[in-house]
Design a protein. Structure first.
Length: 453
């Protein structure tokens, strides 16, 4: 076993509950040159001091709120308990004042507090364990800033393969060496990860981060099993890397078995916590247009993320944060849980409709595993043709299916190093049953056209 030099040297501190955590100094070696050189915002770094009683602030160039034309915001939302009932919510007074003004870089205090409570309820993580929350303009905003803070140009990084296509430009722009870790229907293959790390060249620094989407993965739809997650966490400790847990489909789990704990929750069972940086999103369960995501993880990493935010987009919109907070606070944690159960059931029905059509029209022409979370099918086309022993979905999807009026994505766009593959990603989130039927008919004909050539 490879000893974790960082944690061994750091003598991890612990809070009053006895949870050991990695020290702040441990993360120094993980920080990119960019993060180390980025200076704090000279204004935003001082904004918290304005809250000191008696402080007279001449600091920030905040516009005077009396000149804002808005007097209140009113909106309605469905009840998570009774969808036929609507709740009327109003933003006014002090809440309106906060909504229309600049706010803290890491997020509106009210929303951040609510989200801390959510992480305690859902993942068992309490304050005082060396972690905190930062709110971003969607989780991808935070992922980009975290990658910028942790990765230097040319660094090797571990990425599950296939991988969410949205992160590939981040890694490409940094000219990273993307080390593909194999996955299957049960998530990351820990045997593949172990083989990569144990056979890593001795003269070459090992990767410092692993990127994974453990629930309803985009594109594969896979959900990592409990055993796989435990093995990956063990390898993170043995080989001293951080896990970027991108989990936007966590609340879209509709499998029959109980939901496995997140990496963020499971690391409580490790000798110390602090190797998981978790990304959540309200996009899939509340609104994609609100652009609210949040990262939970080690304070030093989120401090680097906040320094980036302070010198780029300053903060997430105070108004959208307040809208999200008012809604979530009116629901409470039990109401939020009830809402997510309803959302997950909605997508389970969508999945079943899509799979029935696949069985009807693609039986013998495609292979797939049934997803237990998320909104994607990842299926392998049997075109009857291969190049160098590997079938390729590119022509079938980008040419023949497109000509027949159906859009999907060939699997190659989700492979970090862009090799050929017979796989295709299809989303089932929006289509009604009639359109699903027609889409499967058209894909069937596209595959048959390819076979006849």
């Amino acid at each position: 076993m490879v000893l974790n030099e960082g944690s061994a040297a750091a003598k991890p501190p612990q809070d009053g509950s006895g949870v050991k955590r990695l020290s702040a100094d441990y993360y120094t070696r993980f920080m990119s040159i960019n993060a180390k050189e980025r200076k704090p915002s000279p204004i935003r770094s001082l904004l918290p001091l304005e809250a000191i009683p008696g402080m007279i602030s001449l600091l920030a160039g905040k516009p005077n709120g009396s000149m804002f034309p808005f007097t209140s915001f009113n909106f309605t939302a469905r009840s998570p308990i009774n969808p036929d009932k609507e709740t009327h919510l109003t933003i006014e007074g002090k809440e309106l004042e906060a909504s229309l003004q600049y706010s803290a870089t890491a997020g509106l205090d009210e929303l951040v507090g609510w989200l801390h409570g959510l992480q305690e309820k859902m993942h068992g993580r309490k304050r005082g364990e060396g972690w905190r929350i930062s709110v971003g303009s969607g989780s991808q905003d935070l992922i980009f800033k975290a990658v910028t803070a942790l990765v230097n140009p040319g660094d090797p990084i571990l990425v599950e393969s296939p991988v969410y296509a949205g992160v590939l430009p981040m890694f490409h722009n940094l000219h990273c060496e993307q080390i593909e870790v194999e996955t299957d229907a049960n998530g990351i293959r820990s045997s593949s990860l172990r083989s990569i790390l144990e056979n890593w060249p001795a003269e070459k620094p090992k990767p410092r981060i692993l990127y994974t989407v453990p629930y309803g993965c985009n594109p594969t739809g896979m959900t990592a099993t409990f055993d796989r997650r435990k093995e990956v966490l063990q390898l993170a400790r043995e080989h001293d890397f951080l896990i970027l847990e991108d989990d936007p489909y966590y609340y879209l789990y509709y499998g029959k078995a109980p939901r496995s704990p997140s990496y963020f929750a499971l690391e409580l069972q490790e000798p110390e916590v602090g190797r998981v940086l978790r990304f959540d999103s309200l996009s899939k369960v509340v609104s994609a247009g609100l652009r609210i995501g949040f990262a939970s993880g080690p304070e030093p990493i989120l401090a680097a993320v906040d320094r980036h935010t302070a010198t780029s987009n300053l903060q997430v919109s105070s108004l959208t944060q307040m809208i999200a907070y008012k809604l979530l606070d009116s629901w409470g944690y039990d109401g939020f849980a009830a809402h997510t159960v309803m959302v997950a059931e909605f997508y389970r029905v969508k999945r079943d409709v899509f799979e029935r059509a696949m069985r009807t029209y693609l039986d013998g022409l495609a292979e797939w595993h049934t997803p237990e979370a998320g909104m994607f099918f990842w299926f392998k086309l049997n075109t009857g043709k291969s190049a160098n022993g590997e079938e390729d979905s590119e022509v079938v999807i980008r040419t023949k299916a497109l000509e027949r009026g159906v859009l999907a994505l060939p699997g190659t766009v989700f492979l970090p190093n862009g090799r050929k593959t017979a796989y295709v990603r299809a989303s089932f989130s929006l289509l009604e049953e009639a359109d699903v039927e027609e889409a499967m008919k058209r894909i069937r004909q596209a595959v048959l056209d390819s076979r006849r050539e």
